[in-house]
Design a protein around this ligand. Structure first.
Ligand code: AMP
Length: 486
């Protein structure tokens, strides 16, 4: 029996951002800036690995990028012209330094660093097999199976080993690796998580979102295609297609919440998409009201769209204290509740005696909505109507966005009417799935061939959930609780 349960509970679901730069005189500083722009994708830990032509330099830290990678002394130690970095958020107290990425390993070909955004859905299965073959895991991350699959691969080159490893994994991944004077970027065949290519001077950059290009003055070149591997080396940029083409299923939740609004994803401005979602929501679920108030910050663009379409004035009726981390990110329910109070305050004059429409991007456990509605009522609102710029979140994500287990999701437990009662709203409405697709410039959800991954709203999981669906006890001496990932 293994003493640790690496896939236990909510622990391993991660939200992450990745960054890589090749051929830059200040690779570490550039990586730190890029990670700073990606901080919204993960706030618990960060890491940078650089290569100076001979040696690798590694720095991992718990906490935010600005607190750990802004000093000259730290950056100066990370010498080299190539570097990759990672920001990470994992849901529990088990966030330990050994899980911080980029992971680093010594292969027979030399050093290898790997940063991953996404989640592998057969990591547990593979890990079990690898442990039986004698692999000694150093972390509890799903990402580490890729390193061991590469180490045990038949062929020699970095690229071949990586391809061989990735052909065995299932799941969502945008990866950036550093090896043998190359920076390598790969996106899973469905392209669930984002990855873009940029250019600054003679250097190329790979990163999760375009906002990380903007911060370093890099130009956007293009999205890395689903199933594409990009290699940056001294001879330029190379594109490989090691996987069979598949129907793309980009994560629609990136548009709703996860990405930064100033990023452009798959050809769409995230900000514009959010505004259009708000407009569509206003068309679908109009309400007679005096004021549209966003739940800051994530509800702001959708609320602007809702106000524009409905003609009802938009006001900042709730003010957010920016010096508190994202509510959702606090690990316990108790702290989460406290977090909401610390984070938001009612702007009374905008609320008193008014019929208020609150716009937020999603309801997960309902914690935020309950607190905000109570606060708005205490500030004297006559009516409080909640409008949500996503369909009800009824299923857990297994592809890299943190969600609690299905049983904790309000929309899994309750009907919309019951949810309205639970959060204390006079009315509650969510955008429809077709409305959401329209807002991201599709005619609607083509049920036979959906264009996005929307599993959190529909339960239609485009990548098999092998770990979740495989019974744990297989008679072997190593057991994991596979169920724990759900
Ligand atoms: P809850 O309070 O549990 O209902 O969570 C909903 C709030 O958390 C909304 O205000 C969202 O902006 C935010 N949120 C939704 N999904 C996530 C996520 N995956 N990570 C962090 N925050 C989230």
């Amino acid at each position: 029996m293994l003493t640790t349960h690496p896939f236990d509970d909510d622990k391993l679901r991660e939200e992450c951002g990745v960054f890589g730069v090749y051929n830059h005189g200040e690779a570490a500083a550039v990586a730190a800036l890029g990670l700073h722009a990606l901080q919204h994708r993960g706030q618990e830990a960060a890491g940078i690995v650089t290569f100076d032509g001979e040696h690798y330099h590694i720095q991992h830290a718990m906490g935010q990028v600005g607190d750990n990678f802004s000093s000259q002394s730290v950056i100066a130690k990370l010498r080299g012209h190539a570097g990759i970095g990672h920001v990470r958020y994992a849901t529990s107290g088990d966030t330990v330094l050994r899980n911080v990425q980029p992971l680093f390993a010594d292969f027979e070909f030399g050093g290898f660093a790997l940063a991953h955004n996404g989640n592998l859905t057969n990591a547990l299965m593979l890990r079990r097999q690898l442990v039986r073959r004698g692999c000694l895991f150093q972390s509890t991350t799903d990402t580490e199976v890729i390193v061991h699959l590469m180490a045990t691969a038949r062929s020699g080159s970095v690229i071949d080993r990586m391809v061989e490893a990735l052909r065995q994994v299932e799941g969502a991944y945008s990866l950036i690796a550093l090896a043998k004077d190359m920076v390598i970027g790969v996106r899973d065949p469905l392209g669930v998580r984002p990855l873009v290519l940029g250019k600054v001077g003679d250097s190329h950059v790979l990163c999760s979102e375009t906002c990380a290009l903007d911060i370093i003055g890099a130009d956007f070149v293009r999205d890395v295609e689903p199933g594409e591997m990009i290699v940056l080396d001294s001879s330029g940029v190379h594109s490989l297609r090691p996987f069979l083409p598949q129907h793309r299923r980009f994560c629609i939740f990136e548009y709703i919440y996860f990405a930064r609004p100033d990023s452009v994803m798959e050809g769409h401005s995230v900000y514009e998409a959010r505004k259009r979602i708000g407009m569509e929501l206003a068309r679908e679920s109009a309400v007679d009201a005096d004021v549209i108030i966003p739940v800051p910050d994530s509800g702001v663009p959708a609320a602007i769209g809702y106000a524009a379409e409905s003609g009802i004035p938009f006001e900042l009726g709730i003010i957010r204290n920016h010096y508190v981390g994202r509510t959702f990110i606090e690990p316990t329910d108790q702290i989460r509740n406290l977090g909401v109070k610390l984070k938001h305050n009612a702007n009374r004059l905008m609320i008193e005696d008014k019929r208020v429409v609150l716009v937020d991007d999603s309801i997960v456990r309902g914690t935020t909505s309950i607190k905000i509605i109570e606060m708005v009522r205490r500030a004297g609102a006559k009516e409080v109507h909640m409008r949500i710029s996503s369909p009800p979140t009824s299923h857990a994500c297994f592809y890299g966005v943190d969600t609690p287990k299905k049983e904790k999701l309000l929309a899994h437990k309750y009907s919309i009417d019951e949810m309205a009662k639970y959060i204390g709203a006079d009315s509650l409405a969510f955008i429809s799935i077709d409305g959401l697709y329209k807002a991201v410039k599709e005619p609607g959800r083509n049920n036979a061939r959906p264009q996005y991954c929307d599993a959190c709203f529909t339960g239609d999981y485009p990548i098999p959930l092998l770990d979740r669906d495989t019974p744990a006890g297989d008679g072997s001496e190593i057991t994991y609780r596979a169920e724990a990932r759900g």
